[in-house]
Ligand binder design. Structure first.
Ligand SMILES: Cc1ncc(COP(=O)(O)O)c(C=O)c1O
Length: 448
């Protein structure tokens, strides 16, 4: 497979960019950074490729931020939704597809996690998981992590573990944060495994000294997405489960990104064999249809007020169309062995990026699990100081110009293509990355 580069000047003069600029007259500021930077109008997508309004093709290494698991316009997915559209689309009544979806999810989650409630967005599901933890424990405090992200609604905004949460005024009370096991940027400047997982000891101290004795739950991404696809060591999650239970609190595993095959196993939790008390799911489970959910045990979900009539549900959660979309997505993930593909093509891509790393001093770290790969772009491998954003934005535009949509507009560069990525497509991506990194090394002063 070959790719053809176009110039940035050409991109600025395209129909795609004209449409973008016209829309800007109405669009509130605050649109996703990648949409603002690329200024693209997308017409359609097929498999791992996006097509803009001018017919230009882009290899999609972003997948709507790990949403598009099957690839774009997958035939089975399209057919299932079309068929359902003609039947019924709204309501919370049982449908055959919702029953099949619930049965399927319960067959895939760790044993005992078989009670499900469905929602439309990720933050909504996380908020519901927190309500559930409060209902069960009759306590109110939540511990999240530095680098963590669980959505932008008021109840979870305070769980964002970076400066994004500044200046939104009063945050929800009772939220606490502790350092995540981000070994490349260990806040304690220790090295794994010699550290003996000091971060877990520190978390115990945070709970002891920072909380008011009312810890309801620890919420954690099994691998951190927004922070740059950070993979914690295997002892971290089991350690957190233990700490949560020591405190009569629950462990909520936010599997929004890591669920349904993204990491080369069905769930991020599967890598360490833990059974969280609550799992939140979304993104890749609907392949783009807004559906999310929580999964927990019978004992936990029956607690009140969560279990009172209408207390855990919502207007759109699991409606006939949403359930059909998720059912078609998960069935296709299984039928087409996309979890295995995520593992094998993920390893292939990871090794390819590691080979590229050997050539460029500014690639500080490459890590990955399935098709969840993180690359740290740094000024200096020793100091690990991140590349300036001005530089990574240029890098992003150079990548776009070569026909690839990626998330390298930030120094903590995330690679998360559709789970259906082939090795040939991975090769195209690797070639483009190699070319843009060579361009950076030659033309962009990255040590400013
Ligand atoms: C781990 C995790 N949880 C929750 C969310 C929030 O999802 P949504 O944007 O659908 O509200 C995200 C979104 O990126 C996420 O990555």
């Amino acid at each position: 497979m070959e790719y053809q580069a176009v110039s940035i000047k050409d991109i600025a003069e395209t129909m795609s960019s004209q449409l973008y600029l016209q829309e800007q007259q109405y669009m509130s500021p605050g649109l996703q950074e990648v949409a603002q930077l690329s200024q693209l109008a997308i017409k359609e997508g097929s498999g791992c490729w996006l097509v803009d309004a001018d017919g230009r093709r882009y290899l999609d290494f972003m997948a709507g931020v790990a949403v598009c698991s099957l690839g774009h316009s997958h035939q089975k997915y399209v057919a299932a939704i079309k068929e359902q559209l003609e039947k019924i689309t709204v309501g919370s009544f049982t449908t055959e597809n919702r029953l099949a979806l619930m049965r399927l999810i319960a067959s895939l989650t760790p044993p005992g996690l078989n009670k499900i409630q469905l929602y439309s967005g990720g933050a909504e599901a996380v908020e519901a998981a927190i309500r559930l933890a409060k209902s069960y424990t009759k306590k109110f405090e939540i511990l999240g992590f530095w680098g963590g992200f669980h959505g932008k609604t008021s109840g979870v905004l305070g769980l964002i573990g970076d400066p994004f949460k500044k200046h939104w005024q009063v945050l929800h009370p009772g939220l606490h944060l502790a350092p995540y096991a981000d070994c490349y940027r260990c806040p304690f400047k220790m090295e794994y495994p010699r550290c003996g997982l000091f971060c877990l000891e520190f978390i115990r101290k945070v709970i002891e000294n920072n909380t008011a004795g009312g810890l309801a739950a620890i919420i954690v991404e099994t691998m951190q997405g927004t922070a740059g696809n950070v993979i914690p060591p295997p002892e971290f999650l089991p350690g957190l489960l233990e700490i949560a239970h020591e405190n009569d609190a629950l462990l909520i595993a936010d599997e929004m990104i890591t669920g349904f095959g993204r990491t080369g196993m069905m769930f991020g939790s599967n890598h360490t064999g833990i059974r969280p008390d609550i799992m939140t799911i979304g993104k890749g489970m609907g392949n783009g249809f807004p559906i999310s959910g929580l999964v927990s045990t019978e004992e936990i979900t029956k607690s009140k007020p969560f279990s009172k009539p209408s207390a855990s549900s919502s207007s759109y959660g699991g409606n006939p169309l949403a359930s059909t979309a998720a059912l078609a997505t998960i069935q296709t993930i299984l039928e087409e062995s996309l979890v295995e593909n995520s593992r094998t093509v993920g390893d292939y891509l990871l090794n390819g990026i590691r080979r590229i790393q050997e050539k460029y001093e500014f690639i500080g770290d490459v890590r990955g699990c399935g098709l969840l790969i993180g690359v740290e772009l740094v000024k200096d491998r020793k100091t690990k100081e991140p590349l300036d954003k001005a530089v990574t934005r240029q890098l992003f535009l150079e990548t776009l110009k070569r026909g690839m949509m990626s998330m390298n507009y930030k120094p903590n560069f995330r690679v998360n293509p559709p789970l259906s990525l082939s090795k040939e497509e991975a090769d195209v991506g690797l070639q483009i990355l190699d070319d843009v990194f060579a361009f950076l090394a030659k033309h962009i002063p990255y040590k400013r």
